[in-house]
Each structure stands twice: as structure tokens, then as C-alpha cells.
Design a protein around this ligand. Structure first.
Ligand code: AQP
Length: 327
């Protein structure tokens, strides 16, 4: 039996190289040895305001990008969260077993609360319970995520353990899988904040569908520092972030990269990095154009994914409802 992997991606904003290097690239690499389930989490997306038509088209865009990056729908299951109502049903049940205090400790919510103040939705507060439902529905073994989602996976384990302690062994406890390098790619304009889809600044993120000249311009404008030496030093977040991106796209070792840029300046590093990103994303971008040329293809993949996954969720819901005494 292959271990099951579950991961989600929000169809919000533009998918960027942080999503790609920390998550999507690893999903592609492990799909032959793991039973992989990837969910386009549109119900998570509406925890902040979305425009109807934009959300619908972003769902297809993210699906196209996952496939263009190498997710193979014959090996992996790709589906839309809202196509399976078991996600919201289980989330409600888990809500009833989750103390408010646990949710109030979630740092992502606390950060968004600072930004959105009283506009923040109840749905955003409850986001981690929905994420717990996503994961627990499918007896997930491994949840590959970036560093920002680690706390939510730990909460999922706590909720599962609590439920299991009341009703006996029901949910498998999932393990977060965080990449050793690049688990937190930072914004190019501000390397002290994580690269994020919802950040508005035009020089903040490199998006997977950015034209070559846009990528070049963003890299050349990236914030660095006034020092000269090019080496991996976490205390110099701007240059460190660029070097990590360089490392992840090239696969070269840190000593090799440092040796390559000895006695060279930041401009050399930025120029070379920009070309590496442009070249690395080119095949993905042309594959994306091919895949989206047929408007029915992506929907057929998503429909097939939903019907493959639904019986697994139904099995879990039957057990959970029986244990809780519903119906
Ligand atoms: N900057 C990042 N560095 C490393 N990993 C990242 N991830 C997101 N940003 C970074 C990882 O990408 C996967 C998909 O992310 P998501 O769309 O589900 O949600 P998110 O974490 O909320 O991503 P964003 O880009 O910051 O989106 P918004 O702005 O919409 O909230 C996850 O595995 C995530 O860890």
C-alpha cells in the first residue's frame, strides 16, 4: 500500500515561485511513489472576498498550472474542494470538538486579523478546521506544505487525537512534510515577509505565468543590502532569499554557488538568476498554453478527480456519523 499524500492550494491571486518551489515541485516529484491527492481549495479561498468570475477562472488556471508543472492526472487525483460536500460536513463536526483556545493560537489568523480588523470573517477564523477536515477525510499519511502551514497540520493532529480519544481510533494522524530548503520563500520587495499571492506590490512575487521581461525586471529590482559579498547568510534576508531561489532552481550546492559568485557583484547574481528562472518556467508556460487550448480538458480532469475521491470521503463520513450518533 502506498502512503497517501494530501495537499491543497488556494485558487486566489497568481501562483508564484514560493508555491512552486516549496509545494508543487515536491508534489510532482513524489507522485509515482505516493498515492497523491491534490485539492483546489475554493472553499478556503472565499474566507476572504473574491469576485465570482475571477474565482471561477482562477480554479481552472491553478488546475492548468498543476498539470503544466507535471502533476499527472493518471497518477494523482486533482479535484475541487466544493465538489465534495463531505469537506464542509466534516468541518462542522470537527468544529464541535475543537476548543476556541486552540484556534485562537493560530498565527496566520492573528496576522490576518491585524490586517483586516473587524472585517475578518468567521470563515477565516475557522479555516484550520476546514483544513483538518480536508486532510482527515482521506486517511492522509503525509501533508507536504510550506513552513506557513505547519501549525495548521499540527492542529489537525490535535483535533484528530481528541476525537480518537473520545470515540476510539477513527482518524489517522497525518505528518507534515516541510522541505529542508525553501520552505519559506520571501517577498522580493520585502525579504522579511513571505512571498504571498494576496500581497499587492508589483515587485513582490514572481508568478509562474509572468512574461520573461517581467521576471527580469522583478529580480533586478529585488531588495538586497549595501554589502558586497555573495554568500548564504540568513542575517542578510534579501541576498539569502535570492541565493535560495538560485539553489532550488539549479540544484547546485551552496559552496558551488558561493564559489561561482566570488568577486562578482549583486548585479551579476540578479542577471544570472533572472535567466535561470525564465528558462526554468518556459516549458511550464508553454505546456500551460497547450493544456488550456482545449477548454473541456481541465474540467474533465476535475470531474474524474471528484468521482475518484468521493467514495473515500463517504466511507469516512459513515464511520464518523455512526460514532458521533448522528442520524
Ligand atoms: N512564500 C512561500 N514559501 C514557501 N511555501 C509557500 N506556500 C505559500 N507561500 C509560500 C505554500 O504553497 C502551498 C499552497 O499555498 P496556498 O495557496 O494554499 O496558501 P497560502 O499558504 O496562504 O499561500 P499564499 O501564496 O500566501 O496565498 P494567500 O496570499 O492567498 O494566503 C502551501 O503548501 C503553502 O505552504
Amino acid at each position: 500500500m502506498k502512503k497517501r499524500v494530501f495537499s491543497g492550494i488556494q485558487p486566489t491571486g497568481d501562483i508564484h515561485i514560493g508555491n512552486y518551489l516549496a509545494a508543487i515541485k515536491h508534489w510532482v516529484a513524489s507522485q509515482t511513489e505516493l498515492d497523491s491527492v491534490f485539492c483546489i481549495v475554493d472553499l478556503h479561498a472565499i474566507t476572504v472576498p473574491q469576485e465570482t468570475n475571477v474565482l471561477k477562472s482562477k480554479i481552472r488556471e491553478v488546475t492548468g498550472l498543476l498539470l503544466a508543472a507535471g502533476i499527472d492526472p493518471k497518477l494523482s487525483t486533482v479535484f475541487i474542494q466544493s465538489h465534495n460536500s463531505a469537506h464542509t460536513e466534516l468541518a462542522w463536526i470537527l468544529n464541535c470538538f475543537t476548543p476556541m483556545g486552540w484556534m485562537q493560537r493560530m498565527t496566520q489568523f492573528k496576522d490576518k486579523l491585524q490586517e483586516q480588523k473587524e472585517q475578518v470573517s468567521v470563515g477565516l477564523f475557522d479555516y484550520p478546521a476546514l483544513m483538518a477536515a480536508d486532510i482527515l477525510l482521506y486517511n492522509t499519511d503525509i501533508v507536504p506544505v510550506g513552513e506557513d502551514q505547519k501549525q495548521h497540520v499540527e492542529l489537525t493532529r490535535d483535533i484528530a487525537q481528541r476525537f480518537n480519544s473520545i470515540y476510539g481510533e477513527t482518524f489517522k494522524l497525518p505528518e507534515p512534510l516541510i522541505p529542508e530548503t525553501g520552505a519559506r520563500i520571501m517577498g522580493l520587495d520585502d525579504p522579511t515577509t513571505k512571498m504571498s499571492k494576496s500581497e499587492a506590490g508589483s515587485g513582490h512575487a514572481i508568478n509562474l505565468l509572468d512574461p520573461s521581461d517581467t521576471i527580469r525586471a522583478k529580480v533586478m529590482q529585488a531588495t538586497t543590502d549595501s554589502l558586497r559579498e555573495i554568500r548564504f547568510d540568513e542575517n542578510r534576508p534579501g541576498i539569502y532569499n535570492l541565493l535560495v531561489i538560485y539553489e532550488l532552481f539549479t540544484g547546485l550546492s551552496r559552496p558551488d554557488i558561493e564559489a561561482r559568485f566570488e568577486r562578482k557583484g549583486y548585479v551579476n547574481l540578479k542577471q544570472e538568476l533572472a535567466e535561470i528562472i525564465v528558462d526554468s518556467l518556459r516549458p511550464l508556460q508553454s505546456r500551460y498554453q497547450e493544456l488550456t487550448a482545449d477548454p473541456t480538458y481541465l474540467d474533465s480532469v476535475l470531474t474524474e478527480g471528484s468521482s475518484r475521491i468521493r467514495p473515500l470521503a463517504e466511507k469516512t463520513m459513515t464511520v464518523v456519523k455512526e460514532k458521533v450518533g448522528l442520524g
